[in-house]
Design a binder for this molecule. Structure first.
Ligand code: SF4
Length: 658
């Protein structure tokens, strides 16, 4: 046992959930460190139960450890009790797998899922003995990188991170490792220069922000004019990446305690508030047969009895019904159940819903997002009121006792009428269950996110959000509808950091030093400390919540998500004309810019003979009944056509078309 592990052993009896820090779970990979050339810490700035639930981290952990010369380990944010003890005893934050101090790693890669984890990043670096500011690190310190959705609008933390990776990490992560291994470990700037030449990598040190007299951003000036824009990285074919076949199985309950399998990446429904729907374009489905094999391997390796099919909208996966049927048939005797964390009821056949109901006794969530049809058209949420009520009736009829309806408050153009629309819709859903079932309205606050058509929109102030929440609380209570709301203070700060720039680095550092941690947790959030830190640096947070002008420089203009700014502006105009943009997986392309149609485009698997949206809506049951359980009835359509056009050559997913 190392000295550090022994020291940790003395404090673990004093903390809540010691298993958060012990490591040694089934599925962990520990190599002979003398045999590896590079040590990589995959860092997640949240507590173990959340961090260990993150699929992206599991994917990278296994991919990196698949290379004999790399040891990848995990490092998560210590909960407040553990942080206090580490500081009291003068102990560093250590990795889970070998209990090594963070400072011993070559690369530390943070996952940026949420703006309110930024103080935890500083806490982890600080406890790891690593200088917080990138410019204060030298060749002896680890390289600190970050990826994930917030890497697309990273300016508020640009001073703390050496390099960001935009987009898919599965291939780029090896380019970064190889650049590190090729570096002579003398001048850190040489390494940063090499990284900046890797597609998808943004090195903030090579971009200088300049501000106009009125306080707005003038531009983020590139030092190298040949690299003025960083384009995101795209894995064009997810089937070409070795699938996850080894999942770490925690020794304590975690938030998502089950097998997690990604069925597709990207979503082209085009909900105008949803950043993930733009930055992960195009849509790339995974081969359903490969998914089945992967699930079989994971059930055997992990011993889990629940499989979760993940994506931004799993009901839209073209082969969802046949895939579910296959999984249920295959595992029926083993009591392995399937869950779909995000789906549309209308995408599933009643038969499949019945199967899900057998194992999923908890409530079902529907996401209309807005209360009125007008506003749903503005945000491009293609749910009609009748469809929602019908979906609820179906669910209640199948035995569900509770349905949760998810809404957003403060969407662009929202009026009081739209708020009463929420109440009205909830009442109708409750009536569909003959008022005997529980209906819950769960309401969050709209935060305009970069790289979406609503990136120019204003965000509600804290006071206005609370006033609208109060109206809903009062009206819903009268109707016997349960009301759940997201803490308005958290959305307020999320909004500031989502569209902020580098001037927020100083208040962020100060807030951390004042004691801010776990800002995404209502009971840990300290608005007073944040207000103190912002005021100390002369920053009015409302400046970041305001509406942006269409010709204004935005702090992420130099970062290309694939979807062009011109297209986003056109889509914004369509929003206010309440016009829908077609879903390009089943209708025509609107040329958003995410595909080059040579190597990158939507990849979908279809039942043979299926056209357009055959796999959705009323056709679903017919397809599911008629075409199963044959194995060889699905294949890629777009890739097939593309290969035919281009002739032989190029790589395509293993097509199962017959
Ligand atoms: S370029 Fe066309 S097909 Fe590709 S994601 Fe954009 S709208 Fe869809």
């Amino acid at each position: 046992m190392t000295d550090l592990r022994q020291a940790y052993a003395t404090i673990l009896p004093l903390v809540e959930q010691p298993a958060r820090y012990t490591g040694g779970e089934r599925g962990t990979v520990v190599k002979d460190l003398a045999q590896v050339r590079l040590r990589f810490a995959l860092a997640f700035p949240e507590v173990y139960e959340i961090a260990q639930s993150h699929l992206g981290l599991q994917i990278l952990y296994n991919l990196l450890n698949g290379r004999p010369d790399i040891q990848a380990e995990r490092a998560y944010a210590p909960w407040v009790d553990m942080e206090t003890l580490l500081r009291q005893r003068g102990l560093p934050l250590a990795s889970l797998d070998t209990c090594s101090p963070l400072s011993e790693f070559d690369i530390i890669g943070f996952s940026l899922q949420y703006e309110l984890t930024y103080t935890n990043i500083l806490m982890m670096l600080d406890l790891g003995g690593i200088p917080l500011l990138s410019r204060e690190r030298n060749a002896m310190h680890p390289l600190v990188i970050a990826g994930g959705p917030c890497a697309f609008h990273p300016e508020p933390i640009a001073d703390f991170i050496d390099a960001f990776l935009l987009g898919d990490g599965e291939e780029a992560i090896f380019d970064i490792c190889d650049a590190y291994l090729a570096w002579d470990k003398r001048d850190r700037r040489d390494l940063l220069r090499a990284l900046s030449h890797i597609p998808g990598v943004y090195v903030p040190a090579f971009f200088i922000p300049e501000y106009a007299d009125d306080g707005t951003l003038g531009e983020i000036r590139p030092l190298d004019l040949d690299q003025a824009v960083v384009h995101k990285r795209v894995v064009r074919d997810l089937n070409a990446i070795p699938p996850l076949r080894n999942q770490v199985v925690p020794n304590v309950n975690i938030v998502h305690d089950r097998i997690a399998v990604e069925v597709m990446r990207g979503c082209v429904r085009g909900c105008r508030f949803c950043q993930a729907g733009y930055i992960y374009r195009p849509l790339r489905e995974r081969d359903p047969q490969a998914l089945q094999q992967q699930i079989e391997a994971l059930v055997e390796q992990s011993g889990y009895e629940e499989v979760s099919l993940l994506s931004l909208s799993t009901g839209d996966y073209s082969c969802i019904n046949p895939l579910l049927r296959e999984i249920m048939n295959r595992f029926a005797g083993l009591k392995v159940s399937v869950s779909l964390p995000s789906t549309r009821v209308d995408a599933l056949s009643p038969h499949i819903l019945k199967e899900i109901r057998r194992v999923r006794k908890t409530g079902f969530t529907l996401a209309p997002e807005a209360g009125s049809q007008r506003l749903r058209d503005v945000i491009q949420k293609e749910y009609k009121e009748e469809e929602l009520v019908e979906a609820a009736r179906l669910l209640f009829g199948l035995g569900w006792k509770s349905v949760k309806l998810y809404f957003m408050l403060g969407l662009p153009s929202e009026t009081e009428e739209d708020l009463f629309g929420i109440v009205d819709l909830c009442r109708k859903v409750s009536a569909a269950g003959k008022h005997r079932c529980q209906v819950t309205a769960s309401v969050s606050t709209f935060v305009p996110k970069p790289h979406t058509p609503f990136q120019w929109a204003a965000q509600l102030s804290l006071e206005e959000t609370e006033a609208r929440q109060e109206l809903l609380r009062r009206e819903l209570r009268r109707s016997g509808i349960q009301f759940k709301w997201h803490d308005a203070r958290l959305s307020f700060l999320e909004g500031v950091f989502a569209r902020g720039e580098r001037r927020l680095a100083a208040p962020l550092l100060m807030a951390y030093r004042l004691g801010c941690r776990f800002d995404g947790w209502t009971d840990k959030f300290r608005l007073d400390l944040w207000q103190q830190a912002l005021a100390a640096h002369g920053i009015n947070p409302d400046f970041y919540l305001r509406r942006r002008l269409l010709d204004e420089s935005l702090p992420w203009d130099h970062l290309d998500s694939g979807v062009s700014k011109k297209w986003l502006q056109r889509d914004l105009a369509k929003a206010f004309a309440a016009t829908l943009t077609p879903d390009c997986s089943v209708e025509r392309c609107s040329y958003c810019g995410a595909c080059d149609f040579k190597t990158v485009r939507n990849v979908t698997y279809h039942l043979n003979g299926a056209k357009g949206a055959d796999h959705r809506g009323p056709q679903v049951d017919a397809w599911a009944q008629a075409l199963l359980p044959e194995h060889n009835v699905w294949g890629t359509r777009q890739w097939q056509l593309m290969q035919e056009k281009r002739g032989a050559g190029g790589r395509s997913p293993k097509s199962k078309r017959v």
